[in-house]
Design a protein around this ligand. Structure first.
Ligand code: ZN
Ligand code: ZN
Length: 365
């Protein structure tokens, strides 16, 4: 029922959250990224409370100025040091019988404190993670921001990997170079610790870069991302340091074919499970069913892992505005690993790929 012409993103987002909330309670938003997405406030200590007809932004004195900048009609700012205490007061003032707490986003300690503060009169109700579902659907401005982060990450890859080469440098040196290059090109942060994993080390999906020189004639898994204006990118390429044997070439081609199969199914209405299954079946049919042990992909936004997800257990259905990764992999313990990851936006006519780098294991010096 978003019929009002709420111009400000904060008002639109609060209205969208309200549309999902039962009317007999007040929702506490405690996750700081959720708070940022709702209000624009970047704070290490903040909370948003939302009822059917009002909303409050609570933070401490250090964020007085930033909170003022986040102020819009319909959002009351309260500054103090005890945010949970202030939120409990708001719940009591509202006269509503319930407080909704997003599942898995409230710590045991916070819950115990709230139980104390709210007393018997107000019920604490674990709620769906409403803000997560809203955050998953990106506005055009958000898609643009994520595409810009990916473009920057692509440029850093061209410079640090393709131009400077990686043979003989250690995985750690290459990771630092890639990360420094992203920062120099304007990234405010990296979106996660880079993976640079050569040979058998690449068979670990979450390998940490080592002080080991990258050899010739091997596959190297490179997974990296930039953060720009709060939004993350995420991409993986598996490059070859010179010619590799036929087995490595075949597995690389298989992973790309699996990715193509899933990419072709990225459409509004597609289930996260069905999209995952296409790549998984292809990999299994090639005899590597046991070598693809992670989900196919995840949403990307203010966080590098958010909804929706593409996996055998996914309950997500793709919608226009979702941004997801499609990242099949084959990992052969003791030998090598291959992962190729594309970042795509779901549009009415299918996937829009935000990554501009070739996927082939183009030889890198
Ligand atoms: Zn990645
Ligand atoms: Zn990813």
């Amino acid at each position: 029922m978003s019929t009002s012409a709420a111009a400000h993103p904060t008002q639109e987002r609060l209205a969208a959250l309200r549309d999902r909330l039962p009317a007999d309670g007040i929702a506490f938003v405690t996750d700081l990224i959720d708070v940022r997405w709702l209000t624009g406030l970047q704070s290490s200590n903040a909370l948003v409370a939302v009822s059917a007809d009002a909303a409050w932004l609570l933070t401490d004195f250090r964020y007085l100025t930033a909170a003022d900048e986040a102020a819009v009609d319909g959002l009351e700012i309260r500054i103090g040091s005890d945010l949970l205490g202030a939120a409990a007061e708001i719940a009591k003032e509202s006269g509503l019988p319930k407080v909704f707490l997003p599942k898995e986003k409230v710590t045991v300690g916070e819950d115990a404190k709230l139980a104390d503060l709210l007393g018997d009169g107000i019920e604490r109700v674990p709620s769906p993670r409403y803000v997560d579902a809203l955050r998953a659907v990106k506005t055009e401005a958000e898609v643009t921001a994520i595409a810009a982060a990916q473009e920057l990450a692509d440029a850093a890859f061209r410079e640090a990997i393709l131009e400077r080469g990686i043979i003989g440098r250690t995985e750690r040196e290459v990771a630092l170079d890639l990360e420094f290059t992203m920062r120099r090109l304007g990234a405010e942060a990296i979106s996660f610790d880079s993976i640079i994993a050569a040979g058998a080390h690449g068979a670990l999906p979450h390998a940490h870069p080592r002080d080991v020189a990258i050899p010739k004639g091997e596959l190297v898994v490179i997974d990296w991302g930039a953060q720009l204006d709060g939004y993350c990118s995420d991409c993986t390429r598996t490059v070859a340091t010179g010619p590799v044997d036929e087995k490595r070439e075949q597995v690389h081609a298989l992973v790309r074919a699996a990715q193509d199969a899933s990419l072709s199914a990225i459409m509004p209405g597609a289930s996260g499970r069905a999209v995952d299954e296409l790549a998984r079946t292809l990999i299994a049919d090639a005899g590597h069913g046991d070598h693809f042990g992670h989900g196919l992909g995840h949403g990307v936004g203010l966080e590098v892992h958010e909804g929706p997800n593409l996996s055998p257990r996914s309950q997500s259905t793709l919608e226009v505005g979702h941004i997801v990764t499609v990242e099949p992999g084959v990992y052969l313990p003791g030998e090598f690993g291959v992962r190729v990851e594309e970042l795509v936006a779901v549009t009415p006519i299918g996937p829009r790929i935000l990554t501009s780098l070739p996927r082939e294991a183009a030889a890198v010096s």
